[in-house]
Write a protein that binds this ligand. Structure first.
Ligand SMILES: *Cc1c(COP(=O)(O)O)cnc(C)c1O
Length: 402
């Protein structure tokens, strides 16, 4: 298979991948671009999207840009027929530049400035999320264009990020908002929720879906306009250090719960992490080393303030290892490059003896990593190198299964 490797200047070199091992490919990329790198493989974006779509065949998938807002991801998913979930005017701008039709987008931030609403409407995105009376009132001015999803909250203490703490209302408030919207002439399209990111128990979705179903029924009983959309949010899990249930099995109970809704109700989801987490491999190199209290400290050119920011912001635990693993392993510490003492990636990791310049590989580094990286201490963020980004015409060729 021949692939094109794009660099920042979009000049590309065709390289016959079948001749290269992964180690050789990484060495070649580091030679061309230097370290640190984030290697984004669009074939894995395609694989993840298709897997989730196969697991939820009747659900429209809106990729949530937040975990990895990269144009190559947007374009790859657009070619796959995906829809998109936006939360800010910056995300609106990104999908607009990538040629995403506005009908394929929804805006799901529950709290918006007037400017944010107008930016989205001007683009043509007209489905918004609301979870309070204060927010609903903002749409009196846009009642002819906008349609609203009411976001419900279902607390989930087990999730990596319990997104129902900060956003969402209870079913009784949802009914009150729907009544008020009716009085104001604002169209309510349906309900949404987010069970929490990296949710490993599908019953959280099942419970939320059942509660939403009860609200749908109540709306009918009250004689209010019938709801036509249910948005089951994101949260679908991936395997980091520990295995999670394969997505097909994970979605079985979700599909069964969704069967309670009539076919006229459109079901959508907002996956983020599941689509992009496995698609990025990080490459950092050893800048220097020291022995401290019986352990070898390796100082890398990427760390907590860079691509590994998810350790702080996302409770992330990424499979990290040396690229070469011969020789005996010894207790080691992997530290980031900044002068801050919290900048440590792994305190207790068994590594072979490394030389300065040796490479450290991080897996599952696509979601909530580079998106939250900083330039603290003037250490530049890792460059993102994109693999397997086919143009629409190239894409007509059969893909090689990963
Ligand atoms: C962050 C977010 C998502 C994506 O969640 P994942 O857990 O990454 O799938 C989806 N919808 C909303 C509203 C979000 O804030």
């Amino acid at each position: 298979m021949t692939i094109s490797i794009f660099d920042a200047s979009h000049e590309n070199a065709s390289i016959n991948l079948s001749d290269l091992s992964e180690v050789e490919l990484i060495e070649l990329l580091v030679k061309r671009h230097g370290a640190p790198l984030m290697i984004l493989d669009c074939d894995i974006i395609r694989r993840q999207y298709r897997e989730l779509q196969n697991a939820l065949p009747d659900v429209t998938l809106h990729y949530a840009l937040k975990p990895l807002p990269h144009p190559a991801v947007v374009k790859t998913l657009l070619d796959e027929g995906a829809s998109f979930d936006l939360a800010t005017s910056g995300e609106v701008e990104l999908v607009r530049e990538c040629g995403v039709p506005a009908e394929a987008t929804i805006h799901t931030h529950p709290i918006k400035r007037d400017r944010d609403i107008r930016d989205a409407l001007e683009y043509g995105c007209n489905v918004f999320v609301v979870d309070s009376l204060n927010e609903l009132e903002k749409f009196r001015a846009y009642k002819d264009e906008a349609e609203i999803l009411i976001r419900l909250s279902f607390r989930n203490a087990d999730a990596v990020a319990d997104l129902s703490k900060k956003f969402g209302c209870n079913p009784a408030t949802a009914i009150e908002l729907i009544k008020q919207a009716f009085d104001w002439g604002i169209r309510i399209k349906g309900l949404s929720f987010h069970v929490g990111s990296q949710t490993t128990d599908p019953q959280k979705y099942v419970h939320a879906i059942e509660s939403c179903h009860a609200v749908f029924e109540q709306v009918i009983e009250l004689g209010l306009p019938v709801l036509s959309m249910l948005d089951i949010g994101g949260g679908f899990p991936v395997s980091y250090m520990e295995d999670v249930t394969p997505i097909r099995d994970f979605c079985n109970p979700i599909r069964r719960a969704l069967a309670a809704f009539p076919e006229t109700v459109r079901i959508i989801a907002e996956p983020g992490r599941f689509i992009c987490a496995p698609a990025v491999t990080s490459v950092a190199s050893v800048m220097g080393q020291a022995e401290r209290e019986g352990k070898i400290w390796y100082y890398l050119d990427d760390g907590i303030y860079g691509s590994f920011s998810g350790i702080m912001f996302d409770h992330g635990q990424y499979p990290v290892d040396a690229m070469y693993w011969d020789g005996e392993r010894q207790p080691s510490v992997l530290a980031g490059p900044t002068c801050d003492s919290i900048d440590v990636i792994a305190e207790d990791i068994m590594l072979p003896k490394l030389a300065n310049g040796d490479l450290i590989i991080g897996r599952m580094m696509g979601a909530y990593t580079s998106a939250t990286a900083t330039d603290f201490n003037f250490f530049k963020r890792a460059e993102i190198v994109v693999l397997n980004e086919y143009s629409a015409e190239q894409y007509a060729e059969p893909l090689i299964a990963g």
